[in-house]
Design a protein around this ligand. Structure first.
Ligand SMILES: [Zn+2]
Length: 423
């Protein structure tokens, strides 16, 4: 491979990925508009025309905004790579900081800051125009910026030492650096799972023990029926930022916490909360979470091995607009940046694969919930959540196969009714 061939390959894949995304979005826009006039028959008794049309308008607005963001992100990607942005940034910092670790960490930090600044107008628009217009935004500008500053500081406090370790391994530990880096990365992921719920999440949200005694009793009975031990049931003040509702649980081993968004508790009846939780517990009991982690570790090992090869190829740098000869022995941070920046261009076509396995898990967790609670409760909870989140009931099937981790509403609910009959 030479530098020119790799540039061409990059442009070809970028062209494929962008056209594919553009095509998927236009399919989605067409499909949702075509079904806007009437509520699908199977939902006509549960969802009003107003709510259905709000969901269509919200989906259309998000998809159109996504197209604009896509167009812009391609420009930014090209500006960083082929048009020489990263090269210019690196030369500037290298002159200033010289060869070595300080330059490499500086390059990563500068790249992260610039990317964040470039994304900022889009994030602001998404939150304060788009979400606001449909009544989902509950954030103030002050909260938005305090989140941003807090997030950046925590990101730097955790991220820079991690990057320092990885770059040191790349610099000094020989040809198998990627294997050591993988061990460090995997350990880091596990550590984050351990400290995130108890140390980091509380810096952004308030977690209060679930106060409703009858709901608590109901949930505890469900947990003992399915054999699940948790270190606590918490309600999170999600309504501080958004009207979207959710339930999740986090941590592992003895630190597993079940967390409900306050918006979810306020909206669902107790038996519906129970059904939603049974679905989440299904993911745990059926080992979906462990399986997902194993896949994630295997994939990151593969990618790190690939990076181990790429970082030794001059064409990998020159083909993306960077001349590695200029930076003596300090090219590893640049290799990391180029890799993370361009990887999605080459992997987007594979996204249906993750959707397929994720949907399989969703169906299994639904079946688990039906077995331990009531299918009708889960259906009515899902319908409320679709309505409250203005999720479209009529997504384009191909768009959905690329982007949605969950099956489309009608298919999922049809499955649930079928499960209920079998049970
Ligand atoms: Zn699920």
């Amino acid at each position: 491979m030479n530098s020119y061939t790799f540039s061409v390959l990059f442009i070809v894949f970028l062209g494929i990925t962008v056209s594919l995304q553009f095509w998927l979005s236009s399919r989605q826009l067409r499909h949702v508009s075509q079904h806007r006039a009437a509520v699908p028959a199977e939902f006509s008794e549960k969802i009003g025309l107003d709510a259905h049309q709000k969901a269509a308008d919200y989906t259309i607005a998000k998809t159109k905004f996504g197209l604009l963001a896509l167009f812009f992100s391609v420009l930014v990607l090209l500006a960083f790579t082929l048009f020489g942005g990263l090269q210019l940034l690196a030369v500037t910092l290298y002159k200033w900081l010289g060869d070595g670790m300080v330059y490499q960490l500086g390059l990563i930090a500068a790249f992260a800051l610039i990317s964040g600044a470039v994304d900022l107008p889009f994030d602001l628009y998404r939150q304060f125009v788009l979400e606001e217009k449909f009544g989902f935004n509950k954030m103030t500008l002050k909260l938005f910026f305090s989140d941003m500053i807090k997030g950046s500081l925590i990101g730097a406090a955790i991220g820079l030492p991690l990057v320092w370790v990885v770059i040191t391994l790349m610099d000094k530990s020989g040809d198998l650096w990627w294997l050591y880096a993988w061990l460090v990365w995997s350990g880091f992921q596990l550590l984050m799972m351990l400290i995130f719920p108890t140390w980091i999440a509380p810096m952004f949200n308030k977690f209060t023990p679930l106060a409703d005694d009858s709901l608590r009793a109901r949930i505890e009975s469900l947990m003992s029926r399915v054999g699940f031990a948790s270190s606590g049931l918490f309600v999170m003040d999600g309504s501080k930022r958004s009207a979207h509702g959710n339930a999740y649980f986090s941590g592992f081993g003895k630190t597993k916490r079940i967390v409900f968004f306050d918006t979810l508790i306020a909206r669902l009846a107790p038996q519906e909360v129970e059904a939603v939780l049974a679905h989440e517990l299904g993911h745990f009991k059926l080992k979906h979470i462990v399986k997902r982690m194993v896949v994630m570790f295997a994939v990151s090992l593969g990618f790190l091995a690939l990076l181990g090869y790429l970082k030794q190829q001059v064409w990998f740098f020159t083909g993306l607009g960077v001349d590695p000869i200029l930076f003596a022995s300090s090219n590893n941070a640049m290799a990391l940046i180029l890799f993370m920046l361009t990887l999605p261009v080459f992997t987007f076509v594979l996204s249906p694969l993750t959707s397929i396995s994720s949907r399989k898990h969703e169906f299994e967790a639904d079946a688990f919930a039906v077995k331990h609670t009531n299918a009708n409760d889960l259906v009515s909870a899902l319908v409320k959540l679709y309505e409250d989140n203005a999720s479209t009931l009529t997504p384009d099937p191909v768009h959905s196969a690329f982007y949605d981790s969950h099956p489309p509403a009608s298919i999922r609910i049809a499955h649930l009714h079928q499960q209920a009959k079998l049970a």
